[in-house]
Design a protein around this ligand. Structure first.
Ligand SMILES: Cc1cc2nc3c(=O)[nH]c(=O)nc-3n(C[C@H](O)[C@H](O)[C@H](O)COP(=O)(O)OP(=O)(O)OC[C@H]3O[C@@H](n4cnc5c(N)ncnc54)[C@H](O)[C@@H]3O)c2cc1C
Length: 220
């Protein structure tokens, strides 16, 4: 969307190059710097003095096989799946609606897409591995949650939309964890920053996170 296009334009203007479909399959740090093995259509090995591991759901799996990265510095990760339902019908809303947060997060809230269609979510389901199915059977729970603040909802008009998976640093029943940004002082490897637990509001906070990453790289 527009934010990503704007960030990409700034990045490209500053000399950056975006390469997609090039998964990092292995990483190693030694005296010569950081070495990343890339798969995809043009497999290669990249060497760099500075690397930011911002792989979202893939950040911890990548870090956990990073050669010479002290593994005891890594947090434990969990997958928090969130489902969304769309509403096929008229609704009275012109603005986003956020109920008071519950222990697990913000709760099922209302967003409006650019065409004004209502979309509800996300809920929270702890999963062992990321998957993106949205079961019809969740409709009842969604209806109950939404009817707390919109009694006029017609449950039959709720339709499964999509799902996302959050890389969480706290598990079921544990207190909510903050983002974890690890720099050289945390793991001892110069020029490496790792971003863990970048769930909501990571997008909203992205510019502030970028400044913090820069600070970690500069402080060494
Ligand atoms: C259901 C849900 C609702 C959310 N709602 C909000 C919200 O309302 N507001 C908000 O601010 N944030 C929200 N977020 C959080 C937001 O999406 C994240 O904080 C943000 O996307 C994190 O950005 P990122 O660049 O760190 O990671 P990502 O956006 O996850 O990007 C990581 C990228 O790395 C790639 N990757 C993974 N492994 C590898 C590898 N080995 N090699 C190469 N590439 C790899 C992935 O394919 C991906 O493209 C929500 C998230 C979810 C799941």
């Amino acid at each position: 969307h527009a934010l990503m296009q704007s960030l990409l334009a700034d990045f490209t203007a500053a000399g950056g190059v975006l390469v997609c479909r090039a998964p990092v399959t292995a990483a190693l740090t030694d005296e010569q710097g950081h070495r990343l093995t890339l798969g995809g259509e043009s497999p290669c090995v990249l060497c760099a003095p500075e690397v930011v591991n911002a792989a979202g759901l893939g950040a911890l799996p990548l870090a956990s096989q990073w050669v010479n990265l002290p593994q005891e510095t890594l947090p434990r990760g969990y997958y928090g799946k969130g489902h969304y339902f769309t509403y096929n019908g008229r609704h009275p809303f012109k603005r986003l609606i956020y109920p008071l947060p519950d222990a697990a997060g913000l709760g099922i809230h209302l967003t409006l897409d650019l065409a004004g269609q209502a979309r509800f979510g996300p809920d929270l389901e702890w999963v062992q591995q990321p998957d993106y199915q949205v079961a019809e059977s969740l409709r009842g729970n969604f209806a109950l949650a939404i009817q707390r603040w919109w009694p006029g909802l017609d449950p039959a008009r709720l339709a499964p939309a999509y799902a996302g998976v959050r890389p969480k640093l706290h598990g079921p029943g544990e207190g909510v964890a903050d983002f974890m940004l690890q720099g050289p002082r945390d793991h001892g490897l110069e020029g490496l920053v790792q971003l863990f637990g970048m769930e909501s509001p990571g997008l909203t906070a992205s510019l502030a996170v970028a400044e913090a990453v820069l600070g970690l790289l500069e402080s060494g």
